[in-house]
Design a protein around this ligand. Structure first.
Ligand SMILES: [Zn+2]
Length: 275
C-alpha cells in the first residue's frame, strides 16, 4: 500500500545531544506550502539550516524536514537550490516505496506544525518539543500533539455480491468508491453505515475491515472496508454526489481498473480478483 511501511526509527527524539549531531550529518528535506522542493525531479536536501526542523527518524542517516512556507514561492525554491515546488502525489510515480512514505510523512508533520503555531485553548504561541513531535503553549503550558483525521472508504457490494457501488462526485469525471470522515461519537463501522445512507441512500448491514493507509494529505488515516448492501436501492443526495450506480466486475474493468496511489485501488482490485 503506498505511503505505508515507513522504515524510519522515530525513537531518540528526546535525545538532544544525539539529535544535534544527527542534524549535522543528516538529510534535511525542504518543503514549501505542503509541496516538496525538487531539482531534477528529485527532492532536494539542504546541507544545513537555521530554521526549526522536524526530526522524521533515522535509517542509515537521520532525516529531518524544514518548512520554507514563510517565503514566497520563488525565494523558497531559490534558497533551497531547487527548481520547483511539487506535490508529492505528482512525484509519486518516480518514488520508491520508502521515499514515498517518508515524503508524505514529512508533508503531514510540517502541515501540522504550521497549523499549530498557536494554542487552541488560550491563543498563546507554541514551541516545539520532542524534535517537533509535540508543541507546548508558552502561556498556559498545554501540550499539542499531531492530529490525525480518520476517514472510512468502502467498497459496497450488491446483495448477490456480483456488482459494486461506484459514485461520481459533483464536478468529477470518474466514478469512485464512497468515502467520508469519521465524526465524533462514531465507530468506524458507524461511519461507513452513516456515509452510505446519507450520500447514496444505501443501507448496509455487513461491514468488515479490509486495510488501512497512511494518508497525510494533510492529516488523514484511510480505513478501508467492504460492505454488503441490504437491497439495491440507491437514492443519491445531490449535495455531494452527482450519481451512483451498481457496476459488474466487467464494467469496472472496462473503466480502467487500478486508479492511483490510494487504498481505493486496493479495495477495487481485491474485489475484482474474487471472480
Ligand atoms: Zn495555551
Amino acid at each position: 500500500m503506498p505511503y505505508n511501511g515507513l522504515a524510519l526509527d522515530r525513537g531518540r527524539r528526546s535525545d538532544a545531544d544525539w539529535l544535534a549531531a544527527a542534524l549535522d550529518a543528516g538529510q534535511i528535506l525542504a518543503y514549501w506550502q505542503d509541496k516538496c522542493l525538487v531539482a531534477g525531479g528529485r527532492p532536494v536536501r539542504l546541507p544545513t539550516t537555521d530554521r526549526e526542523v522536524v526530526f522524521l527518524g533515522a535509517a542509515e542517516t537521520a532525516v529531518f524536514a524544514a518548512d520554507l512556507s514563510d517565503l514566497d514561492a520563488d525565494t523558497a525554491v531559490a534558497q533551497a537550490g531547487a527548481e520547483a515546488a511539487v506535490d508529492i502525489r505528482v512525484l509519486f510515480p518516480q518514488l520508491d516505496r520508502q521515499e514515498a512514505a517518508t515524503l508524505a510523512y514529512a508533508r503531514g508533520m510540517l502541515h501540522w506544525t504550521r497549523n499549530q503555531r498557536f494554542c487552541g485553548a488560550c491563543g498563546g504561541r507554541t514551541a516545539a518539543e520532542q524534535a517537533g513531535h509535540v508543541r507546548r503553549c508558552a502561556d498556559c503550558g498545554k501540550l499539542h500533539f499531531p492530529r490525525i483525521a480518520p476517514a472510512v472508504i468502502m467498497l459496497v457490494e450488491s446483495p448477490d455480491r456480483e456488482r459494486c457501488l461506484l459514485a461520481r462526485h459533483r464536478g468529477a469525471r470518474d466514478y469512485s468508491t464512497l468515502a467520508g470522515f469519521v465524526e465524533i461519537g462514531e465507530s468506524l463501522e458507524d461511519a461507513v453505515r452513516r456515509e452510505l445512507h446519507e450520500e447514496a441512500g444505501v443501507r448496509v448491514s455487513e461491514v468488515s475491515y479490509q486495510a488501512s493507509q497512511a494518508w497525510p494529505f494533510p492529516s488523514g488515516l484511510m480505513v478501508g472496508f467492504r460492505a454488503r448492501a441490504d437491497t439495491e436501492d440507491v437514492a443519491v443526495d445531490h449535495d455531494e454526489l452527482a450519481e451512483a450506480h451498481w457496476f459488474t466486475r466487467d464494467e469496472v474493468r472496462a473503466q480502467g481498473g487500478t486508479r492511483h496511489d490510494s487504498i481505493e485501488s486496493y479495495l477495487v482490485e481485491t474485489w475484482l480478483g474474487e471472480r
